[in-house]
Design a binder for this molecule. Structure first.
Ligand SMILES: C[C@H](O)CC(=O)SCCNC(=O)CCNC(=O)[C@H](O)C(C)(C)COP(=O)(O)OP(=O)(O)OC[C@H]1O[C@@H](n2cnc3c(N)ncnc32)[C@H](O)[C@@H]1OP(=O)(O)O
Length: 621
């Protein structure tokens, strides 16, 4: 059966409207490409066709090349057959103009095809971008050559290297689209535009040959040099972003046709890399997490969450409040006194302001989102909340009391979620008659930044509550994973042995900072000790206690270092002293004093350093 197609309709005014149709995102499958080529051959040969408009079915232009088809291209396919022979030589060089009518998405190959057109009209909310790098590949249908020529080198680099899409209105401001209009007017506007090109009333641009937005060669070299340095700093172990920069450079220095050929050859090369295979696996794995047999396929419809309440305005609670209001949920934040409440609310404000500083939120939007938050000191306003997330300290008795109180105030369908990272959910709900609506919603710090959300289910949690939380996760742009109610759930279950291994290495003679350094060089954002500081030793010791109780035979017993540091009030970044010391701006520095704590921990643990073990470890490092 064909995987998608295109349909062509020739209108009375002489415009052939070609519509890409391959649900759900109108991806460019081999069948779609073949059909597109047939439609173009017909449109270009028919006398009654003056111009072509390319669009996508059901409000989505095109989500790019079909990611499931990578590695399945015919082995003897000539490099550049699609990007040069078809898109450049047939579509862009045609004697009939093409205009792209973009609604919804124009991503990857979708945007590349649109850039081949002689003009682009989009809706204000359409998302346009080249996100190929996040799949471990580079744009392969001319994107590396045309995007810099349309939006300038700096903006093109930013869009490709971050893989972030921009909205229609911004695309218009930067020159990627020629006009913005409503979805209802889109195709008609594009048809009129195309006819005006034919009548010479509008310019007939070929993006590939434009040079007016490119800087001079000296500046090009400087900009690309800076981009290479930044890229290597950010992701030292991946090659494809550098390959992408090289390809862009080739096109600017040697001309766009040479650039297209280098792009075709390089795209094929990086596509075969292990990085790309892994990142493509990751793309589908991320989507598979919200498809859970016997939960999401049994016809349950998620209930609407209009108002959420959070108990506890600490680091986690304020982060969770931030992510909810950022995604337009009404939120009430409860604390136990005015002082804690205003600290929590200020933290939320600070989080929002950091988005404003980074240019990800306007000041007006920041104020609008902030107005969705209200602070309270009692449960009165919880009566119409559809979801409560408890985010207080890891104290079983306190959590039990909170959930008993919630039962008295909240309506019967309200979901009771806990952000616990360690405590058995059955214990948390033990004092309630609401075990069916108790569920884990374990966010990761900082909750408004980290993409993961662990949804923890007990044997009693209703499937409806899980479906509701999965839906909320999608709405707040988190990747949900559903885990069972066991020690460490899923993430800490994997993470704890990693921390243990780090402690083991320190006991056997390795330097804390060297371990962190090796791990960051490997590509992790921070090492295990810097991370322990960030999370705080309170959480780390609570997790450790749980592990020792649940799996004594699997634990490395020594690990006294944390305890010794805690006894000296070194609790991590929050107290400005942990494995590192921190200045006012939370900048971490190594602390020579740490050595004495390590010595003490080794002595107390009775660790005898076996030279053979030490030698083996050092060789591994
Ligand atoms: C030659 C070129 O240079 C190379 C390329 O074009 S590579 C492809 C570049 N395009 C991309 O990276 C876009 C990837 N897709 C996305 O970012 C998002 O899916 C989207 C923004 C398009 C839509 O998001 P959203 O509405 O939340 O739906 P989402 O759940 O992600 O996707 C819907 C379905 O479409 C599939 N899908 C999305 N993009 C796809 C693509 N390009 N190819 C194949 N399948 C795709 C998803 O796997 C998912 O399938 P499922 O329902 O079976 O799980």
């Amino acid at each position: 059966m064909a995987k998608g197609t295109t349909a062509m309709e020739v209108r009375a005014d002489g415009v052939a409207v070609i519509t890409i149709s391959n649900p759900p995102v109108n991806a460019l499958s081999f069948d779609v490409i073949a059909s597109l080529q047939r439609n173009y051959a017909e449109a270009l040969s028919r006398n009654d066709v003056k111009a072509i408009v390319l669009t996508g079915a059901k409000g989505r232009f095109c989500g790019g090349f079909d990611i499931t088809a990578f590695g399945k291209k015919p082995k003897n396919e000539k490099p550049g057959s699609m990007s040069i022979d078809f898109l450049s030589d047939i579509v862009e060089d045609a004697r009939k103009p093409s205009v792209a009518a973009i609604d919804g998405i124009a991503l990857g190959g979708g945007l590349e095809v649109a850039m081949v057109c002689h003009a682009r009209i989009s809706t204000p909310s359409a998302q346009l971008g080249l996100p190929e790098l996040q799949l471990g590949i580079i744009p392969g249908l001319g994107g590396t050559q045309r995007l810099p020529r349309l939006v300038g080198l700096q903006k093109a680099l930013e869009m490709m290297l971050t893989s972030k899409a921009i909205k229609g209105r911004e695309a218009h401001e930067v020159g990627l689209v020629d006009a913005v209009t409503s979805a209802n007017e889109l195709v008609n506007t594009a048809c009129s535009w195309a006819l005006e090109i034919v009548e010479n009333k509008k310019p007939w641009f070929k993006s590939l040959y434009r040079t007016d937005r490119l800087p001079d060669l000296v500046e090009v070299k400087d900009v690309l040099k800076f981009a290479r340095v930044q890229t290597k700093k950010k992701a030292p172990n991946v090659q494809h972003p550098i390959v992408c920069i090289d390809v862009i450079e080739e096109g600017i220095v040697c001309g766009p046709r040479v650039g297209l050929m280098k792009e075709a050859l390089s795209a094929k090369m990086v596509e075969q890399s292990q990085t790309s295979k892994s990142l493509r696996h990751f793309f589908f794995a991320q989507r598979a997490t919200s498809k859970i047999p016997n939960i999401t396929n049994i016809g349950l419809t998620p209930r609407k969450i209009k108002k959420a309440a959070i108990v506890g305005g600490g680091l986690m609670g304020s982060g969770i409040a931030t992510v909810l209001i950022l995604n337009n949920f009404k939120v009430i934040l409860k604390e136990i006194n005015e002082q804690f409440l205003s600290a929590g609310i200020n933290r939320v404000r600070g989080n929002l302001q950091s988005f404003v500083r980074k240019g990800q939120l306007t000041k007006e939007d920041c104020e609008r989102k902030f107005s969705l938050l209200s602070g309270v000191l009692d449960y009165e306003q919880f009566r119409d909340a559809d979801l409560v997330v408890e985010a207080v300290i890891e104290d079983i008795l306190l959590k039990q009391k909170i959930f008993s109180d919630l039962e008295k105030y909240c309506h019967h369908n309200c979901i009771f979620a806990t952000n616990t990272s360690t405590i058995d959910l059955n214990l948390i709900g033990q004092k309630t008659g609401s075990q069916d609506r108790i569920v884990g919603a374990h966010f990761f710090s900082p909750a408004h930044v980290m993409p993961l959300l662990e949804i923890v289910r007990t044997h009693q949690t209703s499937l409806q509550a899980i479906v509701d939380l999965l839906d909320m996760a999608k709405k707040i742009h988190k990747t949900p994973i559903v885990a069972g109610n066991c020690t460490g759930f899923a993430v800490n279950r994997m993470f704890f042995p990693y921390g243990q291994a780090a402690s083991f290495l320190v006991d056997y003679g390795l330097d804390v900072y060297r371990i962190d350094n090796v791990i960051t060089q490997f590509g992790m954002p921070m090492g295990p000790f810097r991370l322990a500081d960030l999370v705080g030793f309170g959480v780390a010791t609570a997790t450790r206690k749980q592990y020792f109780q649940s799996y004594p035979e699997r634990c490395y017993k020594s690990m006294l270092l944390l305890q010794i540091l805690l006894e000296d009030n070194r609790t991590g970044e929050s107290s400005r002293k942990g494995f590192y010391v921190y200045d006012d701006k939370r900048k971490a520095s190594q602390d020579p004093d740490l050595r004495k704590y390590i010595e003490k921990s080794r002595n107390m643990g009775g660790v005898t350093q076996d030279p053979k073990v030490l030698c083996y470890i050092l060789l591994c490092f």
